[in-house]
Design a protein around this ligand. Structure first.
Ligand code: UN1
Length: 484
């Protein structure tokens, strides 16, 4: 038996390839634990991967839907069968709790199974043309090479919901996962590769955003970019995507500052569950997390007391420990961001009603108590800027109208929620919320994989991800006219 730890390589043109550098995948629950060693590719690797994806495209785009279905369905089965093992890997590298990690792998398997079916359901239209005898057809074709750039907070589900539709509709892919979580990405690619993808159809290049991501967004051989990450990176990608000779199609999923409105008539227990689940589980590291609780006067004090009561019962700890409710922050950089915002909130005059302290536990990790700010004015930075950690603010409002206005008064527009028993208010809120996703009596985060996902304003750019709507991004429409 070799003592040398296995190096997980990039996949380029069907070959597992080493790279000039190697990175250690560190467990945020215990920084002494190296989860694995992963190749760290550079610009050359990315360029070779784009060439391989281009070369594979003509044949792959002509494969039958049945073949593409079968490969995705096989991969879905393996992923589902290995969800405990891969959930452990995911939780070890990202820090979400084991049930959350296993749940995410299960979700990725469901995405693959759903998208396998979508390969068989590519829609089209046939209509009478306007000239005598003219027949028209509207068909959809694959785009070409898709660059997938994914974030660290959903290390397997987000790659799955970008890669699976790309492949289902006949595109080839170069995939650059987030540097912090190469393990889940590698496992997903390995499974898809062994499920029968021809060489070059799916390429994996682990490496930095500036090098690998930079090549994908500027290379004329890439037709489209699907990205999830920060607004700042999204904007840079957008500029790169339109600056080259080929203007690339883009799907950018970025930040959120998602409100949860709680009205006087809400079921208090339900509102507290929605708030705590939406804001603090998965360590608040979800672009759909509720970070602004907007609460009407009559329920405000009871709501705050009950949320604090619930937070008191939550254990922050090692992601793999059975009793843990909230895992660590993903890394030191993000922890420092969270702590700096907590300090900013205090300076701005908000009241830190609960938590917000870093914790020293048995294992060295990036542990942070969830933080709840009250007496928050909507103009404060903690109420306006995305923090991406377990930090939420409570702002008191007079009535529903003020709550709705405040919910919409943000540059973001991803997910919004309301807790109410009033059909009138729920309906009005659904109609007037300026967001891609509206939840009534449900946490803002946690989404169904068969429904479209995406936001408005600074949160998103381009067509929706997921469900049947994925076809709009991953195919290009052709309109044919025929006279006989
Ligand atoms: C969820 O809330 O279940 O990066 C999914 C994110 C989103 C996905 C959220 N793109 O947090």
């Amino acid at each position: 038996m070799s003592l040398k730890p296995t190096l997980h390589c990039n996949l380029i043109g069907g070959q597992w390839c080493e790279a000039a550098e190697v990175s250690e995948n560190i467990n945020p629950s215990d920084t002494r634990d190296v989860v694995g060693l992963y190749a760290r590719g550079g610009r050359d690797d990315a360029e070779r991967a784009v060439d391989a994806a281009r070369a594979a495209f003509p044949a792959w785009s002509q494969t039958t839907p049945q073949l593409r279905h079968d490969i995705l369905a096989r991969a879905a089965q393996e992923l589902a069968a290995r969800k405990e093992e891969l959930g452990r890997l995911l939780s070890s590298e990202e820090g979400k709790t084991l049930p959350e990690g296993i749940g995410e792998v299960g979700r990725a398997a469901s995405v693959l199974a759903f998208m396998a079916g979508e390969a068989l359901r590519v829609p089209g239209d046939r209509m009478a043309g306007l000239l005598p005898g003219s027949e028209t057809e509207v068909t959809r074709e694959p785009l070409g090479v898709v660059g997938v750039v994914s974030p660290w907070n959903f290390p397997i589900a987000i790659p799955a919901w970008k890669i699976a539709p790309a492949l289902a509709f006949g595109n080839t892919v170069v995939f650059k996962p987030a540097e912090l979580v190469p393990g889940s990405a590698w496992a997903l690619v390995d499974i898809l590769h062994r499920a029968g993808l021809p060489p070059g159809v799916l390429n994996l290049v682990m490496g930095s955003g500036s090098q690998v991501g930079g090549v994908l967004c500027s290379h004329p051989g890439v037709d489209a970019i699907s990205f999830t990450g920060s607004v700042a990176t999204g904007r840079r990608i957008a500029v790169d995507c339109v600056s080259g000779s080929v203007m690339k199609r883009m799907q950018l999923e970025m930040g959120g500052k998602n409100p949860l409105v709680v009205l006087d008539d809400a079921d208090l227990d339900m509102a507290v569950e929605c708030a705590v689940q939406g804001a603090f589980f998965s360590t608040g590291q979800r672009c759909t997390a509720s970070s602004r609780f907007i609460v009407t006067e009559g329920i405000h004090d009871r709501f705050v007391r009950a949320v604090i009561g619930r937070l008191e019962g939550l254990k922050v700890g090692h992601a793999l420990d059975a009793g843990t409710h909230i895992g660590p922050v993903v890394d030191d950089k993000q922890l420092q961001v969270d702590l700096s915002y907590i300090a900013i909130g205090v300076q701005e005059g908000a009241r830190l009603a609960w938590g917000g302290k870093p914790l020293n536990l048995q294992t060295p990790g990036f542990y942070l108590q969830p933080a709840l700010f009250t007496e928050v004015d909507a103009t404060m930075r903690v109420a306006r800027e995305e923090i991406f950690g377990p930090v939420a603010t409570v702002t008191r409002v007079k009535d529903f109208d003020e709550a709705l206005h405040m919910a919409n008064a943000t540059e973001f527009g991803l997910a919004v929620g309301i807790c109410t028993t009033s059909l009138r208010h729920a309906t009005h809120f659904k109609r007037h919320a300026q967001a891609g996703i509206v939840k009534v009596n449900q946490a803002t985060s946690g989404l169904d994989y068969h429904l479209p996902f995406g936001g408005r304003k600074a949160s998103s750019y381009g067509p929706r991800e997921q469900g049947r709507y994925a076809v709009d991004f991953y195919t290009v429409v052709k309109t044919a006219y025929t006279s006989v």
